[in-house]
Write a protein that binds this ligand. Structure first.
Ligand code: ATP
Ligand code: MG
Length: 354
């Protein structure tokens, strides 16, 4: 083996197609979400025979494939028929009724929106859209500032299916009664992927993104393990990309454990983008501990699930341990008749008050 065999030359790269690692990239396959896609397709199906469709609320933690799976379904509709029109809108970017209506006009090719009010735009959309059957997909609906347009769609658009996507199942409870009673959506949870599923998804993506065999086995295993820890495929895509960049900076033909560790060090950047979501969940768990101080961890998990918590038990346990390590709560391991368990308690206020 020559001394320079592992050194990347100037015109070489470990990447085949780095675009395949971007979060918006639509992979050809979305494994492990076939059943969820079928549920959504079943809600849309009546539109194909010119009947009204059903509405569905899709919910789940960040990075579990909600957007990618649903966009796939919408793309298939677009490819197979002209009778049903899929319209996808991200409500984080378009967070008011006015902006959403403008976006719908843009998507259906109506250009004369200048100087028009929300009511004018409603009228245009109603006239144009009612000639067809339409699937409205509103992603990240919890980011909406107002949801009046939903009322309008439910009242005035005849052949439609609404697919709403959110991180919070409870978003529905807070909706205006007038909308809620007309929406009556089916509920569909996207559960977190297990470790094997994460491994498969990342390995598939890797084939598009990297030159073959640049990844060393232990390095890739570490990426998979870290991704499973975050339960978020986006974390894995971030690590794959950053590790590749680290390898290139070191002019290495191989991506090694050292490069992955550097990328993991940069994870801070990634998690900052997610703090809102993560903090929200941790705060929720903390409030449950305070409310139910002295319960066994299993009982506490039952309460967490009952109140809409989405994490798997293992990950819930990790959050509890992290809160205990950071001294927000106390945990005590006890041995009872049923074996070992952990009692979770609110922090003793008397100690912290001094
Ligand atoms: N089953 C899968 N197959 C291939 N790629 C996937 C799969 N699940 C997720 N991904 C990829 O992981 C990333 C995150 O997925 P996605 O954007 O669908 O998450 P999400 O559930 O919509 O998260 P959020 O709630 O934060 O919007 C995307 O780049 C997506 O392509
Ligand atoms: Mg999404």
């Amino acid at each position: 083996m020559g001394v320079w065999d592992d050194v990347l030359r100037e015109n070489e790269s470990v990447f085949r197609d780095p675009v395949a690692l971007s979060y918006d990239y639509l992979p050809k396959l979305v494994p492990f979400r076939e059943n969820e896609q079928k549920r959504v397709a079943a809600c849309i199906k009546p539109l194909f025979s010119r009947q009204g469709g059903r509405n569905i609320l899709v919910y789940g933690l960040p990075g579990v494939g909600k957007t990618v799976a649903i966009r796939h379904v919408l793309n298939e509709i677009e490819e197979h028929t002209e009778d049903v029109i899929p319209l996808y809108i991200n409500c984080w970017k378009k967070n008011t009724s006015y902006k959403i209506l403008l976006e719908i006009c843009d998507l259906i090719g109506y250009k004369f929106t200048h100087n028009k009010t929300t009511t004018d735009l409603f009228a245009v959309v109603k006239e144009k859209v009612n000639k067809y059957s339409v699937v409205f997909c509103f992603d990240e609906v919890d980011k909406l500032e107002d949801s009046d347009f939903l009322y309008f769609i439910l009242e005035d658009i005849y052949r439609t299916s609404l697919v709403l996507i959110t991180n919070y199942k409870n978003w529905l409870a807070a909706l205006d009664e007038r909308i809620k009673s007309r929406l009556t959506p089916e509920l569909l949870e996207f559960r977190p992927y297990n470790d094997n599923e994460i491994s498969e998804i990342l390995k598939q993506r890797l084939q598009y993104a990297f030159v073959s065999s640049v990844w060393q086995d232990d390095a890739l295993s570490h990426v998979i393990q870290q991704t499973a820890h975050y339960e978020d495929v986006r974390a894995g895509l971030y690590l794959l990309k950053e590790s590749g960049i680290c390898a290139e900076e070191a002019s290495s033909k191989k991506i090694t454990m050292e490069h992955v560790q550097k990328a993991v060090g940069k994870m801070q950047e990634f998690t900052i983008k997610q703090t809102q979501e993560l903090e929200g969940d941790v705060k929720f768990i903390l409030s449950l501990v305070n409310e139910h101080s002295g319960k066994k961890i299993g009982e506490l998990y039952d309460v967490y699930k009952e109140k809409g918590g989405l994490r798997a038990y293992k990950s819930f346990q990790r959050k509890i341990n992290a809160l205990a390590e950071a001294s927000f709560i106390d945990v005590e391991k006890v041995t009872g008749s049923g074996g070992n368990t952990t009692i979770v308690r609110q922090k003793d206020k008397k100690l912290t008050e001094f």
